[in-house]
Design a protein around this ligand. Structure first.
Ligand code: NAD
Length: 316
């Protein structure tokens, strides 16, 4: 199968390498010039894991140079890039192209649907994790689950294309009717942990040190549950709390720095508009007050706006 991965950061590269190993013709497409140049120079992507490092012979192109008529396009940039990425490769989209998004945040399906019919879009969630080590180099972080469904709610040939692509790859993908619930639950998880760690400049394991952590987290989650319900998605707030409690356990992955904090530190834009920001906007549309999410939304945008003036010690 001819496949393009558009937005080939950490996750796009990992999925591209997995699809390549299943025998597909995979092209990475990304606007980061140094990354595309490194992959081309190396003759592929360097993929590390706990025990090895290997070169995966993938090609990479800037969006304007993307070629062919892929059967499947994976969009895997950050949520705020989705519309510009898919718009930049619209020359690759044919009447039969299927697009898959496994990105975090709300609004990815809507952004892709500006360029193609919704019945050719597949959405999903993945718990796989990957780190971008530098141009042309990634590290795969353990295993995880990936669930998908057609964005129109049907189970037809569109999702069949995605399943066929992953058949024989190291990534197991299954179809679940609960993908919208999973997307919103992950939004709730990230709207608490990503944002609060970014405010505190601390790993997830640090948050429960504040005795009223759950007062803050609960306020954010309860509002998201209400907004999701107004969009006919039933999010189980208690389950989100359990997942957050497990994630903050230092014995688990608690010392992890969420991607939003890494983005802030690395002076890159965050996905805040697709987390708490989108909750605020959708809350307004449904007349549901979202004061906790609104304050968090402001605080992260403020952290972005003031990051160059953040002090790490008192001036002498
Ligand atoms: P990423 O930050 O690795 O890449 C996103 C984009 O930023 C790519 O276009 C990449 O080329 C570009 N980029 C990265 N570093 C750059 C630099 N130094 N200079 C210029 N451009 C640079 O994004 P990701 O982590 O792969 O995430 C993609 C989506 O998947 C997001 O929605 C994210 O929330 C989600 N997600 C990520 C993980 C993970 O472990 N990384 C896990 C699950 C879901």
């Amino acid at each position: 199968m001819e496949i393009a991965v558009v937005g080939a950061g950490a996750m796009g590269c990992r999925f591209g390498a997995a699809l390549h190993s299943a025998g597909h013709q995979v092209q990475l497409v990304d606007p980061w010039v140094d990354h595309v140049a490194a992959i081309t120079r190396q003759g592929g992507l360097l993929v590390e894991d706990e025990s090895s490092s290997r070169l995966v012979e993938l090609t990479a192109n800037l969006p304007a140079d993307g070629t062919g008529s892929p059967t499947l396009i994976l969009v895997f940039g950050k949520a705020m890039q989705t519309a510009s990425l898919i718009g930049a490769v619209r020359h690759l989209i044919t009447d039969t192209t299927v697009v898959l998004t496994l990105q975090n945040g709300l609004g990815n399906i809507e952004a892709i649907a500006q360029f193609m019919p919704v019945d050719r879009i597949v959405a999903g969630v993945t718990t796989l994790g990957t780190e971008l080590l530098g141009p042309g180099r990634i590290r795969s972080l353990g295993d995880g689950d990936t669930h998908v469904m057609q964005a129109d709610g049907r189970q037809g040939s569109t999702v069949g294309t995605v399943l066929a692509a992953f058949d024989g790859s190291p990534i197991t993908v299954d179809v679940s009717p609960d993908v919208q619930i999973m997307i919103w639950s992950k939004v709730a998880f990230n709207s608490v942990l990503n944002t609060l760690c970014s405010q505190m400049y601390a790993p997830v394991s640090a948050l429960p040190a504040y005795p009223e952590f759950w007062t803050v987290a609960g306020g954010i989650i309860d509002e998201i549950v209400q907004v999701a319900a107004a969009e006919n998605v039933t999010v189980d707030g208690a389950k989100v709390r359990q997942t957050i409690a497990a994630a903050t356990d230092p014995e688990m992955s608690g010392h992890h720095l969420p991607s939003m904090l890494q983005d802030l530190i690395n002076r890159r834009p965050t996905e805040i508009e697709h987390l708490n920001g989108e909750i605020v906007r959708r809350g307004r549309a449904h007349d549901i007050p979202t004061p906790h999410n609104e304050l968090i939304w402001h605080l992260i945008r403020m952290a972005e706006a003031t990051r160059d003036q953040r002090i790490s010690e008192l001036p002498h």
